[in-house]
Design a protein around this ligand. Structure first.
Ligand code: MTE
Ligand code: CO
Length: 422
């Protein structure tokens, strides 16, 4: 909570003063706002006719006034939209749950349409009994529900060499956070009976790319889910309908969609095939791989380039998201002066392991420019690094796993820009 609020003066004083002025808080800064306000004083069209009946839209969509809150892609990033990515509009969302309809998509060979009837999941390899499950079979195993974030390893990847994309949607929007329902991978592996030599699982999807990845058996038996519901309803096609793998805290690439096969092996498939995916190029030109866990990270979602401050000085809610693949977020700090002074932000609710945490910092803006940053600290004590700190270790040639502190320069006009400070 900001010092101003803690002292219990500034905000309350401001609100009561404007309330007495007849709604001036809302109108503040809006040129020529009429007094008295017709929206208060006069009967409006929506109060004189009837609204839609209950069956007008059997499955509801957001009201037209929210039509800008959509996924967007950056056309120059990829050659086509089949093997591509788009971005969650995190700048316009609040709370922590990402609605499926605007959760980022990443496909290597497009989103496929696979029915529950045609769905099969096979477990083979180093198991006592190779098994094939139908969708109906999966529904008969004991079920669990958990909320987790899924972050593409490439999230913030365009920002390594310099600040590039103007908006939290584009710099940090390769992430979503959903409540998943399904069966634990452990349950299915136990059903098949993993042989003692089984040290890895190779997982692949039904799409043309198959997106095969290897996961150590410890992780597979620990907390991975075979999920068929997200946020209470069936997975959307683009998120892997009817079944996807959930690998809590680990890079999104391992969260195989349209999951069709799990092979238990004694070595990672990448070693067998002599390929390796998603390596990180370091400052000295060498590569690091097996970097599966997503380190603690945070970003201020508003104000930000897509969400400028549109009123004058006074109260402004600074808000954002924090997460860690290593556990729960314990604390988030916010600075408005580029890191000279840090303030502890208010967590909307206590951090949950490997799930997005919403933070708020209730600030009274004096109308001068700000350098906004947030800094996440997780339950392991890990502190989100600055861009300079990250570059010292990882250089500027990486794409993946950029978890550095983000800076928004908010000008006196209220507009914000993506910048770098040393
Ligand atoms: N699974 C399959 N079968 N095919 C894919 O192309 N893309 C992966 C992963 N699982 C992919 C896949 C990548 S790189 C990411 S970041 C996540 O899915 C994205 O999941 P989403 O599209 O639900 O956001
Ligand atoms: Co990805």
């Amino acid at each position: 909570m900001s010092d101003d609020i803690a002292k219990g003066t500034t905000r309350r004083g401001f609100l009561s003063a404007t309330a007495a002025a007849g709604g001036a808080l809302v109108a503040a800064g809006a040129a020529g706002a009429a007094t008295p306000d017709p929206l208060i004083m006069e009967k409006q069209p929506w109060a004189t006719g009837l609204g839609d009946g209950v069956d007008a839209v059997p499955y509801g969509m957001p009201i037209k006034f929210e039509s800008h809150v959509v996924r967007r892609n950056v056309s120059w990033l990829t050659a086509d939209v089949i093997s591509s990515i788009n971005f969650t509009p995190i700048h316009a969302l609040d709370g922590t749950i990402t609605p499926q309809g605007c959760a980022f998509e990443r496909h290597h060979s497009g989103a496929i349409e696979l029915s529950k009837d045609d769905y099969r999941l096979m477990i083979n390899g180093l198991v006592e009994t190779p098994l094939v499950f139908t969708y109906a079979d999966l529904e008969r195993f004991p079920r669990v529900t958990h909320t987790y974030f899924c972050e593409c390893a490439a999230n913030t990847g365009m920002e390594w060499a310099g600040s590039q994309l103007n908006g939290s949607q584009f710099t940090h929007g390769m992430i979503h956070n959903m409540e998943y329902t399904g069966v634990t991978l452990r349950t299915l592996l136990q059903e098949a009976g993993v042989k003692p030599e089984g040290k890895w699982v190779f997982v692949e999807g039904s799409d043309a790319s198959s997106n095969g990845r290897s996961i150590p058996i410890e992780k597979a038996l620990n907390d991975c889910l075979i999920a068929f519901k997200a946020n209470g309803e069936a997975l959307r096609k683009e998120h892997g309908y009817p079944v996807r793998l959930v690998v809590p805290g680990w890079e999104g690439n391992m969260w195989v969609k349209w999951l069709r096969r799990i092979e238990v092996g004694d070595a990672p498939w990448e070693q067998r095939e002599e390929t390796s995916k998603y390596t990180d190029t370091m400052a000295d030109g060498t590569s690091r791989k097996w970097t599966w866990v997503m380190d603690a990270k945070s970003v201020i979602t508003a104000p930000s380039p897509q969400v400028p401050i549109t009123h004058g000085p006074g109260p402004v809610v600074i808000t954002g998201l924090a997460w860690s693949g290593r556990g729960a977020i314990k604390r988030v700090d916010v600075t408005v002066d580029g890191g000279k002074t840090w303030h502890e932000a208010r967590l909307a609710s206590p951090g949950q392991p490997m799930a997005l945490t919403r933070f708020y910092f209730d600030h009274v803006w004096d109308g001068t420019e700000m350098l906004l940053q947030s800094r996440a600290i997780d339950e392991t004590g890990y502190v989100q690094p600055t861009k300079a700190q990250l570059r010292e270790v990882r250089g500027v040639n990486s794409v993946y796993h950029n978890n550095c502190i983000q800076t928004w320069w908010v000008k006196a006009s209220g507009e914000a820009e993506n910048v770098e400070i040393s």
